[in-house]
Design a protein around this ligand. Structure first.
Ligand SMILES: NC(=O)c1ccc[n+]([C@@H]2O[C@H](COP(=O)([O-])OP(=O)(O)OC[C@H]3O[C@@H](n4cnc5c(N)ncnc54)[C@H](OP(=O)(O)O)[C@@H]3O)[C@@H](O)[C@H]2O)c1
Length: 261
């Protein structure tokens, strides 16, 4: 696809037990990368690594725990013999109206989407400097442009992630810090947490024009990650939005797996 080969590259994918991260890990392994699949459910990551069928390992880590983030990098380096690139696909997808969001929603979502991304990057930094590798973060199209009602906690964390990525770039130009603005994606958001008060707000998305009801696939996002990791031109930002025809709202809501109106 690009000028830098994936063959033999040692890549840690965090958030790889399910959803988009798992598909990314499998894709990179199929392209010859040596992949560490990581998330809280270690045994599911080990299954994914076995499915990858190449040099792959499964590791456990809760990114909201600083010591576990440092340990994950150590385990990856020990298991793969080094670390060249990181994909941060971890996400707490929180669907809650701001009026209903107490401190626990904010703490869980920020700790997972922002602090975890920072701590994993910090722990991986010496290895990334040696490899002049890349970190790819999964942001969201909902973090820019018109506000998406019903997911304001989540979009605030992705906006914070966006700014953090820009600062990493400024402080460490020797490393590639890439951002993928992901559009609504089917077969994913497996761990999303819903509060019923969000549903009425979410039903306005198509009317507001922020979402058409069409969905990307996890494979499209894996395409974008592969582009970033193989491009010689150091791609920074990629936006992936669906081109498929929109679904009627009822089908769109049903395909999300959530009990939406
Ligand atoms: N799906 C979409 O429509 C969409 C749209 C825009 C952006 N995105 C972004 O794309 C990324 C992937 O989303 P997805 O749809 O694949 O989500 P998902 O299906 O819910 O998967 C989330 C992954 O993150 C892991 N995870 C969650 N909390 C964690 C923690 N504290 N420590 C370590 N791992 C943790 C989960 O594994 P464990 O439960 O095993 O820990 C799982 O592997 C996220 O950053 C999301 O915000 C998704």
């Amino acid at each position: 696809m690009g000028a830098r080969e994936l063959d033999g590259r040692r890549v840690l994918v965090v958030g790889a037990s399910a959803g988009i991260g798992r598909v990314i890990g499998l894709r990179l392994a199929a392209a010859g990368a040596h992949v560490a699949f990581a998330a809280r459910r270690r045994e599911v990551c080990e299954e994914a690594a076995a499915q990858a069928g190449s040099i792959a390992i499964g590791l456990g880590c809760d990114v909201t725990d600083e010591a576990q983030c440092a340990q994950l990098i150590e385990d990856t380096v020990a298991g793969l013999g080094g670390l060249d690139d990181v994909v941060y696909s971890t996400g707490a997808i929180s669907l809650v109206a701001l009026a209903d969001a107490d401190a626990s929603w904010w703490q869980r979502t920020f700790a997972t989407n922002v602090m975890g991304a920072a701590l994993i990057t910090r722990a991986a930094l010496p290895h990334l400097q040696r490899s002049t590798g890349s970190v790819v973060y999964l942001s969201s199209v909902s973090s820019i442009g018109t506000a998406w009602p019903g997911i304001g906690v989540y979009t605030a964390t992705k906006a914070a992630l966006n700014r953090m990525v820009e600062t990493w770039r400024s402080e460490h130009p020797e490393i590639g810090f890439a951002r993928i603005y992901v559009g609504p994606t089917g077969d994913s958001a497996t761990g999303a947490q819903y509060d019923e008060g969000a549903f009425g707000h979410m039903a306005r998305w198509t009317g507001l024009g922020v979402a058409s009801g069409a969905q990307c696939t996890p494979d499209c996002i894996a395409d974008a990650v592969e582009l970033v990791l193989t491009s010689a031109s150091r791609v920074w930002d990629v936006t992936v939005v669906p081109k498929d025809p929109p679904l009627p709202w009822g089908e769109y809501a049903a395909s999300s797996g959530a009990p939406m109106p």
